[in-house]
Design a protein around this ligand. Structure first.
Ligand code: SF4
Length: 393
């Protein structure tokens, strides 16, 4: 069935789009659930049935009980929703997961492919063996990477429960963790676990997506010259260094959270000595160490919500989240940690126009943007995701 292009919907006034969206929601009732990540625009948050971070939305998808989920977030989130929403389904009755923009990827997730992971696992095996090595993937990763972790006794985790997952793994003191794709979350959690730097090994696989993003940060002045050269893989893994490691880190990162710096924190404190600085743990280790608090999107929200009126906060995370806090807590002073207010452009591609187009496709019975994870990938990925959901942050 041919559907009008997005450009047609973009020419419709917002009020009309809102009315069309509301009408479909009324007609579909409980058969439809709209899941929205905190980093979405205000007008998308306003139409949500569930708003959350990765952990909260994963939990919502696993209990959805609807026929169709419209997922307003990036692709790995929609994949996760498809796996969890269909985990217990029998026969052909599947929950259909639709994304208003299925091409909205996550640059961090793109930094780890299955082929690279398999190669890394082989190299680590040759260097020191993989016995006791547990792969833990941040949920910001492809379904294939999650499936690899599931098959190898590993876990997925979110920033809400990464520490709980690590504690679960290290309940066996002989364990070691291979953490991917976010080196910063992995490094921060390793530090919170009390592992000294010499027990944390940075694996560099020569990933071209990592290199491109590092080059951009060097050009923008957020990383020193020479950072790209540091990523050159050694001809052989240093057996002593890998052997001493309790945590091995992939070299991925979020290009947005990587831009926060200790200088920004120092500037915020000089400007407002009463400020509390809170950052997301995707930020570099030195930034997290210098802040007053660090935590998931939900934790940031809870901290600000529980704070006294007139308290002052500098927030180091995505722009939409900072704007939402400013809107929702007008009696508190909410400052962006960085004047630049970095934004996740993938998240930002979702608009009322793309939502309206997706919903009209759903109602017609011929949706565009359906996100489906093949069964042979979904089943092992589910193992990693279920282990994740068992670990409360
Ligand atoms: S903010 Fe960073 S980690 Fe989150 S979806 Fe965007 S690119 Fe990925």
């Amino acid at each position: 069935m041919t559907r009008k292009p997005l450009s047609y919907y973009q020419s419709i006034p917002e009020e009309t789009l809102r009315n069309r969206i509301d009408s479909i929601r009324r007609r579909m009732g409980a058969r439809l659930r709209i899941l929205v990540h905190y980093y979405q625009k205000e007008e998308i948050l306003a139409i949500a049935d569930d708003v959350g971070d990765s952990y909260g939305l994963s939990a919502a998808a696993s209990k959805s009980g609807c026929e169709v989920i419209l997922f307003c977030g990036v692709r790995f989130m929609a994949e996760t929703a498809d796996i969890l929403a269909n985990a217990k389904r029998e026969g052909n009755r599947r929950v259909t997961v639709v994304s208003p923009n299925p091409d909205a990827g996550c640059r961090m997730a793109d930094m780890a492919t299955l082929a690279e992971l398999e190669n890394a696992w082989r190299l680590l095996g040759e260097a020191v063996g993989t016995e006791g090595l547990v792969p833990v993937t941040y949920v910001n990763s492809s379904a294939e990477v999650k499936a690899f972790c599931g098959k190898h006794g590993g876990y997925a985790c979110t920033s809400s429960n990464a520490l709980a997952v690590m504690r679960r793994v290290f309940a066996n003191p002989d364990s070691r963790v291979f953490f991917l794709p976010d080196q910063q979350l992995g490094r921060n959690v390793a530090a919170w676990m009390g592992f000294p730097p010499e027990q944390v090994f940075s694996y560099h696989g020569g990933n071209s997506v990592v290199k491109t993003n590092v080059q951009q940060l060097v050009r923008d002045g957020f990383l020193p010259a020479g950072s790209v050269e540091e990523l050159t893989p050694a001809a052989e893994l240093d057996r002593d260094a890998v052997g001493a490691a309790k945590v091995i880190l992939w070299d991925g990162f979020c290009p947005l959270h990587q831009r926060f710096t200790v200088e920004q924190i120092d500037r915020a404190r000089r400007a407002r000595p009463d400020v509390k600085v809170v950052v997301h743990p995707e930020c570099p280790r030195e930034v997290v160490a210098r802040s007053d608090e660090a935590g998931s999107t939900k934790k940031i929200l809870d901290l600000v919500a529980a704070a006294e009126d007139a308290s002052v906060w500098a927030i180091g995370t995505e722009r939409r989240m900072v704007e939402a806090l400013q809107r929702d807590f007008p009696t508190k002073t909410i400052l962006p940690l960085s004047d630049e207010m970095p934004m996740c452009h993938s998240m930002n591609t979702i608009t009322l126009a793309s939502v309206c187009r997706a919903l009209e496709g759903i109602e017609s019975g011929y949706p565009d943007g359906v996100v489906t994870v093949e069964r042979e990938i979904a089943q092992p990925a589910l193992l990693a995701l279920e282990r994740m959901l068992q670990c409360k942050g």
